[in-house]
Write a protein that binds this ligand. Sequence first.
Ligand code: SAM
Ligand code: DTB
Ligand code: SF4
Length: 334
Amino acid sequence: MLEQVANSVIDIRGIERTIRESKIEKRWSVEEIVGLFEMPFSDLIHQAQTVHREHFDPNAVQVSTLLSIKTGGCSEDCGYCPQAARYHTEVEAEPLMPLDEVLSAARAAKENGASRFCMGAAWRSPKQRDLEPVLKMIAEVKAMGLETCATLGMLKDGQAEQLKDAGLDYYNHNLDTAPEFYGDVITTRTYQDRLDTLDRVRDADINVCCGGIIGMGESRNQRAGLLAQLANMERPPESVPINLLTQVEGTPLHGTDELDPFEFVRTIAAARITMPKSYVRLSAGRQSMHEGIQALCFIAGANSIFYGEKLLTTGNPEAETDKKLFAKLGIHPA
Ligand code: SAM
Ligand code: DTB
Ligand code: SF4
C-alpha cells in the first residue's frame, strides 16, 4: 500500500516534469484566474513582476504606432466603437488612405522611435479589391525596416496567406470580452467568427495580436473569462492588447460606470501571470490614465504600448509625454 502511494507520488512528479519540459502550456480555469484577481494587491503585483522578470527585460517596453488607413462607415454594431456607421459620433467616414500618405506616417513613426507600424481599417472583412492596396502598403512599410501589423476585420480563406506573402508580421483581431458577455456588446459577428479568423492567421504563420477591452460593464468573472480564452489557446497570442474602454459620445457604451483603475492594473497582472511569454500591451485608455497607474501597469508586466498622439480615431498621449514618462521610470523603448 505504502509503495503504491509512493509510486503514485513519483507518477505525479513525472507528469509535472513532462508538462514543464514539453511545450504543453498550463490550462487556466476561470476560477483560478478570479483567484489571482482576489489576491492582496501587493502579492499579485509581486507575483506578476516575478513572472515578468523570468521572461523579459523589465525595463524594456515595445512601442507600436497606429494609423487608421480607412476610417468610419463600418457596417458592424460593436457597442464601443465610434467607427460604426449606425452610431452618431463625430467620426466622419473616409475612404482608404493613399499609399504615399501611409508611407509618410510610417516614416514619421520610425523617426519617432516606433519599432512596429499597425494599420487599422474599419471593415467587417476586407474584399479582395480592398486587400490589394493594403498588401502594397504592408510591403513598403516592411521595406522601411519597421515591423508590420494590420487589423482589417475578419479574414476569409486565403487572405491571411496573401498578407503573409506581402510581409505582414502581426495581425490584430481581438476577442474583446468573455463569451458570456460578448452578445451584450456585438451582434453582427459571433465569437466563433473571431476564433476562425485567428486560426487562419495562425495557420498562415503570422504572429497573433489578440486581446480585449476592459471597463465595458463586464464582471470580474468575465474579465477572467477573457483571459482564460486567450491563455488557453493552443498557442497564446504573441501580443495581447488590453484596452480600457474609451467612452465615445454616441456609442451605446458611452456612460458606462468607470472602472476602478486598480482593477485595470489587476487585469494586466493576471494577463502577465497567465501568459508569461506574451507581450502585454497597455493599449487604449492611456490618455485619461494617471502616470502613476501606467507605472503600476508596467510593474505588473505590461511591456508594450501604442505610441503617438492618435490611436485610430481617439487621442493617445503625445510622444513627448511618453518619452518623459519613460525617462522618469528608466524604461527604454524596444
Ligand atoms: N474593424 C476591425 C475589427 O473590428 O476587427 C479592426 C479595427 S477595430 C477598431 C480594433 C479593435 O479596437 C477592436 O476590436 C476593439 O478591441 C478596439 N477598440 C475599438 N474601439 C475602442 C474603444 N472605444 N475603446 C477601446 N478599444 C476599442
Ligand atoms: C487594439 O487592441 N487597440 C487598438 C488596436 N488594437 C487597433 C485600437 C484602439 C481603438 C480605440 C478607439 C479609437 O481610437 O477609435
Ligand atoms: Fe467596425 Fe471594427 Fe469598429 Fe467593430 S470595432 S464597428 S468591426 S471598425
